[in-house]
Design a protein around this ligand. Structure first.
Ligand SMILES: [Mn+2]
Length: 323
């Protein structure tokens, strides 16, 4: 992703903005939404802006090593903001809660979605929102980037690219990672250990149950697995413990599309994650169910009044068209 003029209006807008800013991460936060929001938060704070960072859900344990991660507000809050910046989400709806703000702005790398203002920065070709935020901060003032900001950006980039293995890992992603390490002193090992190697035992107990549900469909081109809420309760686990489970389904030989379904009774839905390792565009499938995402990773929600069997059938019917 080369430096483009399109970063200038957004950079100027934030640099000159005088009101109260909220940087909002999407529900069920991942490394990219948290890392990107924190990087921009630290940079804007240095600039002396009135800025806060918030999310509906707590920062997952594997991201709590990030600087200022404890400063995340739990949304919703009473406070009204002059500007809410939606980070790494295609719409404010993906925040999962209402936010009181006079205006919105979007910084993201998802396809389609809602646009709020001229200064929105949405680059569907960027490997991660963290890459968009890097160029944004660079255009505000390069000196705002220090080791802490760079570590947040690197974490967003690394997690969204599956530590530089997913199909969005391109020369630009590696070039940015190189720069963050070389110029700003990011420690890739430290990030990897924190994100990948601090698993609680309950996560593997849960994974073991989930793996038991693995199935192949459509002649082995599609795999599926699921997690039921009662298993979480029995093991004292939470939804964040299922992060990355879908990658096991995707890693099966011959599989082009992997399906991972989580039962979420408190939202009244089955939460569906799809991953592609072939040519199939899974965002198209999820859009059919009101969701979205990227070609290689997408999600949607399906009402719980359908049985798990029906959900799988409906999904397979649509997946069949793209594999
Ligand atoms: Mn992302």
């Amino acid at each position: 992703m080369p430096i483009k003029d399109e970063f200038v209006p957004a950079a100027r807008f934030l640099k000159n903005f005088e009101g109260k800013i909220l940087l909002a991460s999407h529900e069920n936060p991942d490394g990219d939404t948290v890392g990107s929001a924190l990087a921009l938060y630290l940079a804007l704070k240095k600039l002396g802006k009135s800025v806060k960072v918030g999310c509906r859900d707590p920062v997952p344990y594997f991201l709590q090593f990030l600087p200022a991660s404890r400063e995340f507000l739990k949304l919703p809050v009473e406070e009204e903001f002059d500007l809410c910046v939606v980070v790494d989400a295609s719409s404010h709806k993906r925040l999962g809660v209402p936010v009181r703000a006079k205006s919105f702005m979007r910084i993201d790398h998802h396809k389609g979605g809602d646009f709020y203002r001229e200064e929105d920065l949405v680059d569907a070709f960027a490997p991660a929102t963290a890459a968009v935020v890097y160029y944004l901060i660079k255009n505000i003032d390069e000196d705002l980037i220090d080791r802490e900001v760079a570590t947040c950006l690197y974490t967003g980039l690394a997690t969204d690219t599956g530590f530089f293995t997913n199909s969005n890992t391109d020369a630009e992603a590696l070039k940015l990672a190189h720069l963050l390490v070389e110029r700003y002193g990011v420690d890739p090992h430290e990030v990897a250990v924190n994100v990948k190697e601090r698993n609680p035992l309950r996560r593997f107990k849960l994974l073991s149950r989930a793996l038991d549900t693995l199935e192949l469909h459509l002649g082995g081109k599609v795999s599926s697995m699921f997690v039921l809420k009662e298993w979480l309760d029995e093991l004292g686990a939470s939804y964040e413990d299922t992060e990355g489970f879908v990658n096991y389904a995707r890693s099966l030989d011959g599989v082009e599309v992997a399906v991972f379904i989580t039962e979420r009774p408190e939202e009244g839905v089955w939460k569906v994650s799809l991953r592609s390792k072939g040519k199939a565009d899974v965002s198209v499938v999820c859009e059919r169910f009101g969701g979205g995402g990227h070609k290689y990773a997408a999600g949607c929600k399906i009402p719980l009044n359908l049985s798990l069997k029906e959900v799988k059938e409906k999904l397979l019917e649509e997946i069949r068209k793209v594999v």
